[in-house]
Design a protein around this ligand. Structure first.
Ligand SMILES: Cc1ncc(COP(=O)(O)O)c(C=O)c1O
Length: 379
């Protein structure tokens, strides 16, 4: 057995198991105390949130039925509510954003064609070549400086009509862009992609895992973004704090076909109203406060940027990318230094750290993270 002293804070917290302190309104970082009682500020991702007592109650009280048989009333309410929110004809609940994205690509493309996405898109790097595996589609990843795929940048990558070249069947946009630091794709940029897609008879799929953040940051509604896409994927399990769940929205016809694909991909779920209830709770209670995460991300970013040896990319939303500019500090060393002080984040690049704010990080958490960075800068 590994002696306790050599176990990392992360391992020790994992050993402690799930939330132990019911009765709090928010599952704040205090439920992730390590063995020494240090409060953990978990900035690894906005997916680490734990359902709050209110959400757990909604889950416990959910009316359910067999959704594969079309019986689950709570799923139906969520799907209708989401379609309304996005201004789309219909939506379908999925277990994950990845599966919903893949269903979107399946609907938007034809086998043996190409789809354009941004060079660091989630569909390109993090979905296990799903577009190739399920849709038989080659993704053409377009490099951009800031993660924003404009029509101007995409246009040269559309294949001309030729007996020697495959057809370009779709564009996959991502808003906000995860690996570009939660970068917003402004409405006019998405409108440009829509125009390009129309010009070339292509479909437009929107990976809106964090579309809520884009809406909060710009004042453009999620429906205004969604109106420009053929299919839109959104997640309940990121900034909205639900334990699981995503959805795909589109025309009633497209969502009918998505239903078939979800079943084929093994995504048919039974009494899944317990999860849909979390999604409904998230839309009602957690969507309106999502801008708070942006304010906290900005505060952390500005503080760290002011320290010697660090440079941040100014965050549009809730994801802070911090580049280490010192040769004597690797991201791995920085992560373990911060971890020892109860601040958890990830190192997604050779010089880069990523900190993500969310529902379970409060002002005190940002202060603790800032203090830990200050200590690191003096190391
Ligand atoms: C932009 C983006 N799209 C899709 C996904 C996939 O979502 P899931 O983890 O629910 O499969 C993620 C997950 O982080 C994401 O950041």
């Amino acid at each position: 057995m590994t002696p306790k002293s050599s176990r990392s804070t992360l391992q020790r917290a994992a050993d402690r198991g799930p939330e132990r302190a019911p009765g709090r309104d928010r599952a704040v970082s205090t439920d992730l105390n390590d063995m020494t009682g240090t409060e953990i500020v978990d900035l690894r991702s906005d997916t680490v949130t734990r359902p709050s007592p209110g959400m757990r109650q909604a889950i416990a009280e959910a009316e359910v039925g067999d959704d594969v048989l079309g019986d689950d009333p709570t799923v139906k309410v969520l799907q209708a509510r989401l379609a309304e929110l996005l201004g789309m004809e219909a939506s379908l609940f999925f277990p994950s954003g990845t599966q919903a994205n893949q269903a979107g690509i399946l609907l938007s493309t034809q086998r043996g064609t190409e789809a354009i996405c941004e060079g660091n898109a989630h569909v390109y790097h993090y979905e296990f070549a799903g577009a190739a595996a399920w849709s038989g589609v080659q993704l053409r990843a377009v490099p951009t400086e800031d993660g924003v795929l404009t029509a101007e940048l995409a246009r040269p990558h559309i294949r001309p009509e030729s007996p020697h070249l495959m057809r370009t069947s779709a564009i996959c946009a991502e808003n906000t862009h995860n690996m570009a630091g939660g970068k917003v794709m402004p409405l006019e940029v998405l409108r440009g992609l829509r125009g390009l897609a129309d010009e070339h008879g292509m479909s437009l799929h929107l990976d809106g895992a964090r579309l809520w953040n884009a809406a909060a940051a710009t004042g453009t509604s999620a429906a205004e973004f969604a109106a420009l896409a053929d299919t839109v994927m959104v997640c309940f399990s990121k900034g909205l704090g639900a334990p699981i769940g995503s959805a795909l929205a589109g025309t009633a016809e497209a969502i009918g076909r998505a239903h078939e694909w979800r079943k084929r991909l093994g995504g048919g779920m039974r009494q899944v109203g317990i999860l849909a209830a979390a999604g409904l709770y998230a839309l009602e209670h957690n969507l309106p406060r999502i801008g708070e995460d942006h304010d906290r991300a900005k505060r952390l970013a500005e503080f760290v940027d002011g320290l010697d040896g660090f440079h941040m990319i100014a965050p549009d939303t809730n994801i802070v990318m911090i580049d280490i500019e010192r040769d004597d500090l690797t991201p791995a060393d920085a992560v373990s230094f911060l971890e020892e002080r109860g601040v958890w984040l990830l190192a997604p690049g050779p010089r880069r750290l990523r900190a993500v704010t969310h529902l379970d990080v409060d002002d005190a958490g940002i202060e603790r993270a800032s203090a830990a960075f200050e200590e690191l800068a003096k190391r």
